[in-house]
Design a protein around this ligand. Structure first.
Ligand code: CTP
Length: 211
């Protein structure tokens, strides 16, 4: 199968020096890419800025910076893919105005106006053709199951992998993770705490990407 995987954070620039981003390390997405290659899939990795080296054997790596760059790359690849796993922590907002000159400080407070970025996963959900498998992630601090199931429906996903951000041993910067997989058919599968490599293999196996 041809598999599209996204990983890492995005960066939303304020000026040539500064950006808004998040703590995603890219580890879960790179582990998914490695597991997809190991299973023999033609694997395309679209990655936001992170310090990891892409695994050997990928069909293609697209390095992007912003949510807008990621949206463009992902929407170009998705139509030719059998499955997509959106693991990237895409910024939901970007600065409304980019300053090409470095912003200088003043006395007093500063307010940055933000505007919404495209919800890439929701765009893929509306582009999805019969036979294509779409898998999202939900990183939550509160009401994990309710939030994950809401995203599964709203974004027209087949599966969502939910994890808690507020517990040790899982989430953004950790080497380990534990997720609960929810399917549109009502499946609920717990992947217990393990290395992100093992969790990646379990996600691909349980969602039917790997046979
Ligand atoms: N995602 C995306 N594009 C965005 C934001 C998120 O494609 N602009 C994807 C992520 O890759 C992930 C899923 O959507 O697979 C969940 O992201 P999250 O930010 O947790 O969901 P939201 O719908 O933004 O919900 P909320 O802000 O309410 O948590």
């Amino acid at each position: 199968m041809k598999i599209l995987i996204t990983a890492g954070p995005t960066r939303e620039a304020l000026d040539p020096m500064r950006f808004i981003s998040n703590r995603s390390s890219g580890k879960m997405g790179y582990a998914l890419a490695e597991a997809a290659v190991a299973a023999g899939h033609e694997t395309v990795l679209v990655s936001g800025p992170c310090s990891l080296t892409p695994p050997e054997g990928l069909a293609k790596v697209v390095q992007v910076i912003s949510a807008a760059d990621m949206a463009e790359a992902v929407k170009a690849e998705f139509p030719s893919c059998d499955a997509a796993v959106m693991c990237a922590a895409v910024a939901d907002y970007r600065p409304k105005n980019y300053s090409s000159s470095k912003i200088k400080k003043n006395d007093g407070e500063m307010v940055i106006e933000l505007e919404r970025t495209e919800d890439i996963l929701a765009s893929l959900g509306s582009m999805k053709k019969p036979g294509q498998l779409l898998i999202g992630f939900a990183a939550e601090t509160d009401d994990m199951e309710e939030n994950a199931l809401g995203k599964l429906q709203r974004k027209n996903l087949d599966w969502i992998a939910a994890n808690r951000l507020d517990l040790p041993g899982q989430g953004a910067e950790s080497n380990t993770n534990t997720v609960v997989l929810y399917s549109v058919n009502g499946d609920r599968i717990v992947i217990p705490l393990a290395s992100k490599k093992q969790v990646a293999e379990a996600i691909l196996k349980n969602t039917g990407v790997n046979k």
